[in-house]
Every structure is written in structure tokens, then in C-alpha cells.
Design a protein around this ligand. Structure first.
Ligand code: SF4
Length: 209
């Protein structure tokens, strides 16, 4: 299982062209779909617009939570572990009312994996902090609890994609996203100071050591 922000991970990707674009699976909200819990894209549709607009990129979208629970919906969060924990039967997904959404989250994750397989995607770019799509950090228990707590881990769909062998990267992995864009657009000048999420001050303060 290889997170795409690993220094070696993108080395396996080919250089795409407009004739043979890189096939990316994207969280729906990252592609601007109004599939968030309240029916918005959380304002994320702009974040990767330049990458997704390249002729050398083809984006396929999926929202595992929308597939499992519909939109709008209550807020799912992982309890007792991360997405791998749920796949292994150790963790559960509950909403803010304590309703167990684990089975619906699993169904949504499998639907996202089916989309990845149907289009033979080469990489997944997912929304961090989500109980489905999180790839670096997710909430530890209900995110509405104060203070909100976090855990290092991945969401349910991200875990399933990783176990199926897909590269997974967060939209917050700015260094890796920059490398990906440079791979797809040779004219793109990378920001050499960009860092991935686990290299940020926020992450280091949350998870010292
Ligand atoms: S489940 Fe994933 S795609 Fe759907 S709204 Fe949440 S982060 Fe976005």
C-alpha cells in the first residue's frame, strides 16, 4: 500500500499526453460536484481546477458517501480506528446522532473502487479529513465534539483503494500535487517550497513525534 506522497510513488507513473491522458479518480467534491453532506462541494471545486483542466488529464469522479447515504446526509466519522480498522472489523462509522453508517460506508467505498476499476485509473486524488476519502488525517470520533480530535489514518474508501493497489494522494499534499501537475504539463513551474500535509506545522503540532 503506497500513499502517493511517498517520494518514490509517482516515479511509476508514465508521462501522459493529450492523446493518452492520465486517468485520475477524484473525490466528487474536489471536482466541484455538490456531493458534500449539505449539498455543496465544500468550496473545493477550485482547488485542482488547473490540474483537472489539462488536456493530458482525464478525471473520473465518485462520492462514496453520496452513493451510500445520499445527499444531503448526516456527518459520518470513524470511531475506534480508521478506514483499515473498519475493513478489518475493529472500527465503526457513526454519525453525530450515533447512528451506525458502517455498512453504507462500505457500500459507498466499493462503488468508488468499482469506478476506479471501470476506468482503469492510474491514481486517486481524494479529499483529506473525510471518513470516506481521507488520506492523511481523519477525525477521531465525531468531528462536532469539542475540542475536535484527529488521528493519522485514511477513510474507508481510501483504505479500500489502497488495498486494491491504487496510488492515493490528498489534495493537501501540495508538493506531490505539484509534481503530478509537472508530470502532466512540462511547462508547469513547481513551487519548490510546497510541502505535503504530513510536513506542515499543523500536522507536526497535532502529532508530535
Ligand atoms: S465522501 Fe468524498 S467525495 Fe463525497 S463529499 Fe466526502 S470527501 Fe467529497
Amino acid at each position: 500500500m503506497l500513499l502517493a506522497h511517498h517520494p518514490e510513488a509517482l516515479a511509476a507513473l508514465r508521462r501522459p499526453t493529450p492523446q493518452s491522458p492520465l486517468r485520475i479518480l477524484s473525490s466528487g467534491c474536489l471536482a466541484g460536484l455538490p456531493c458534500g453532506v449539505e449539498g455543496t462541494d465544500y468550496g473545493l471545486g477550485e482547488v485542482l481546477r488547473a490540474l483537472y483542466a489539462l488536456e493530458s488529464v482525464r478525471v473520473f469522479t465518485a462520492c462514496p458517501e453520496d452513493f451510500g447515504m445520499g445527499t444531503p446526509r448526516s456527518m459520518p466519522d470513524l470511531h475506534g480506528g480508521d478506514g483499515h480498522g473498519l475493513l478489518d472489523g475493529r472500527a465503526r462509522v457513526l454519525d453525530e446522532h450515533g447512528v451506525d453508517l458502517s455498512e453504507k460506508m462500505l457500500r459507498g467505498a466499493h462503488a468508488m473502487l468499482a469506478t476506479a476499476r471501470e476506468h482503469d485509473v492510474e491514481l486517486a486524488v481524494l479529499t483529506d479529513m473525510s471518513a470516506a476519502c481521507g488520506t492523511q488525517v481523519i477525525s477521531l470520533g465525531c468531528r462536532y465534539d469539542q475540542p475536535r480530535r484527529f488521528q493519522v489514518g485514511v477513510g474507508v474508501a481510501a483504505a479500500l483503494l489502497l488495498r486494491a493497489g491504487y496510488l492515493v494522494v490528498s489534495q493537501r499534499d501540495h508538493r506531490t500535487i505539484g509534481r503530478l501537475r509537472a508530470l502532466c504539463d512540462p511547462r508547469f513551474v513547481r513551487d519548490e517550497s510546497a510541502v505535503d500535509h504530513h510536513e506542515t506545522e499543523w500536522y507536526r503540532a497535532q502529532f508530535p513525534g
